[in-house]
Design a protein around this ligand. Structure first.
Ligand code: BGC
Length: 418
């Protein structure tokens, strides 16, 4: 009894000390319904493993606003412990010396990431010019070149999913004549660029896309093909409604979900919105790739970890990296997110037909030279070049600029930022 009393007194007098445990501050731009539902899977997993999650969401689809906030924090010497990031930027931040000293590489080695990822995806996540230790972790593969169509609207107007850009224009004309907004679009630079790259891949073909938007070849950018791509962009601009400028992408998806518009061209995070609204592919909506020659524009969501001297945050970084690459997590998260797992060994049987199509098409595209990185989502170029391309695309989309002038402006912008 005496011992118990002493223990109680000692406990009562002890200063309140918090128990050290894994902690993470995560900067991201996943704020829509579907995105938040997917992220919750990770937050719940982290908490279930004893971790404390400090959320730092920065609203704005495509991550342009989040990237500005991230850069500002890095410049100020106060990076978060982890952030959402895209392909080439991983190397940029590594060269700036702000990336954690590869403390997740031990996790990557013990979990065998090299055997779980496609070598090309694995390399994106390795610092020291893509061949050193792992410093970032992938959670998914999003496809950009999709059409999302309201089934009832298409069926009632006798439309089937277009397989060429001319068919797409004809479908849009039919909808317009029927008094329906054909193309649900949010007029924001990154959304314009998202549509543009799907059109560029489709009209120009796989080699054209690689030459222009990966290799940044000047002649390619000034070519007649680029002029044709801008011609198609002008047509699409005329299929939007007056409410388009500034509209968020998920609001545009909502217009398709509700049958207020015919279709949207958007990456498969749009599917996350259909899922969150309880809609099913083939029943409520159609998903189809935008017309191309077996092309596939890929976009991987990754997380990178920054230098910190806080041992709780270091533990948090390791825990987060391990959870993100977990087999069950990659399944459940991607069921909500609309993407497919980055891990190659996740069974696809619980996924819907759109995800199964993505999973099949990525293999076909990989085998036939059509697997290309999205520039609009920072996979092909770093943030500066991405913005330079995006600015021209959006300027053309929102003005009466001619296609020839736009093609030349694109080449000039690239040269000015080389
Ligand atoms: C990201 C997606 C996100 C989308 C809209 C893309 O850049 O890869 O995860 O859902 O932007 O914000």
């Amino acid at each position: 009894m005496k011992k118990v009393l002493i223990a109680l007194i000692v406990f009562a007098l002890a200063p309140s000390i918090s128990l050290a445990g894994p902690k993470i501050e995560v900067l991201h731009w996943w704020t829509s319904g579907g995105e938040a539902a997917a992220l919750k899977v990770l937050k719940d997993d982290f908490a279930a493993n004893g971790g404390e999650w400090l959320d730092m969401p920065v609203t704005g689809g495509g991550g342009d606003a989040a990237n500005v906030t991230l850069k500002a924090r890095i410049v100020a010497g106060d990076p978060p412990s982890a952030s959402q990031i895209k392909g080439p930027t991983i190397q940029e931040y590594d060269q700036e010396g702000v990336v954690a000293p590869y403390n997740i590489d031990a996790i990557a080695q013990s979990e065998g990431w090299d055997n779980l990822l496609d070598p090309m995806i694995a390399a994106v996540h390795k610092c020291q010019n893509n061949s050193g230790p792992y410093c970032a972790a992938p959670v998914n593969i999003h496809r950009i070149d999709w059409i999302w169509a309201n089934k009832e609207v298409f069926d009632n107007n006798g439309l089937s999913i277009p397989t060429t850009w001319d068919e797409l224009n004809a479908a849009a004309d039919t909808l317009k004549a029927a008094g329906i907004i054909p193309f649900a679009h949010g007029g924001q630079p990154w959304q314009d660029a998202t549509v543009f790259e799907a059109v560029a891949l489709g009209i120009g073909g796989n080699n054209y896309y690689k030459n222009c938007y990966v290799k940044l070849d000047e002649n390619c950018l000034r070519s007649e093909t680029t002029v044709k791509v801008f011609d198609q962009m002008r047509k699409l601009a005329n299929y939007t409604d007056p409410g388009s400028p500034g509209r968020d992408w998920n609001v545009a998806t909502g217009m398709v979900i509700e049958g207020k518009a015919g279709f949207q061209i958007m990456g498969d995070w749009a599917k996350g919105e259909f899922t969150a609204a309880g809609k099913e592919p083939g029943v409520d909506y159609y998903c189809a790739s935008t017309p191309s020659n077996n092309g596939y524009l890929y976009n991987v969501d990754s997380f990178i970890f920054y230098k910190t001297s806080d041992p709780d945050k270091q533990a948090g970084q390791k825990l987060l990296a391990k959870l993100m690459m977990g087999k069950n997590f990659q399944k459940v998260f991607n069921l909500y997110k609309g993407s497919i797992p980055a891990r190659l060994d996740v069974p696809m049987d619980e996924f819907d037909d759109c995800a199964k199509k993505s999973n099949a098409d990525i293999k076909t595209a990989g085998a036939s030279g059509g697997l290309v990185p999205s520039f609009a989502h920072g996979m092909a170029q770093g943030n500066t070049m991405k913005s330079a391309l995006q600015d021209v695309v959006t300027e053309h989309f929102n003005s009466s600029m001619s296609s020839v002038d736009a093609a030349n402006a694109l080449a000039d912008a690239v040269l000015a930022n080389m």
